[in-house]
Design a protein around this ligand. Structure first.
Ligand code: CU
Length: 119
């Protein structure tokens, strides 16, 4: 019992914000948007730092769009499918080159995709 209490105490210490002197992971924020018309994103290439990445997707179109992040054929994250609004998603990525695309049928093939470079 005494051992359990000790373990819980140690875990709590690690969970407290500001206790660790190690470098705090920074959250990169990536902005991706879709214009009022056209099956495309405004950005063709976006960049972020490795780790937890916040993707803010603003769709200015009346057409529904989303953002999916993949590495090869491996799906890593997907936003909500929205029109005329903004949504947020998180992905945790290592350094590398990823694809982002819209999974609404026909959109990716029409050119609605881009590259996410993580460094
Ligand atoms: Cu789309």
């Amino acid at each position: 019992m005494r051992k359990l209490v000790l373990v819980v105490g140690v875990l709590a210490a690690f969970a407290l914000p500001g206790v660790s002197t190690a470098t705090t992971p920074t959250v990169s924020v990536v902005h991706i948007s879709a214009p009022v018309s056209g099956l495309r994103y405004t950005q063709t290439t976006v960049r972020a730092h490795a780790g937890r990445i916040k993707i803010v997707f603003a769709n200015h179109s009346a057409l529904k769009h989303n953002v999916n992040v993949e590495s090869g054929e491996h799906e890593l994250g997907k936003s909500a499918t929205i029109s005329h609004s903004t949504t947020t998603m998180f992905v945790t990525l290592k350094a590398g080159k990823y694809n982002f695309y819209c999974s609404v049928p026909g959109h990716e093939a029409a050119g609605m995709h881009g590259t996410l470079i993580v460094t």
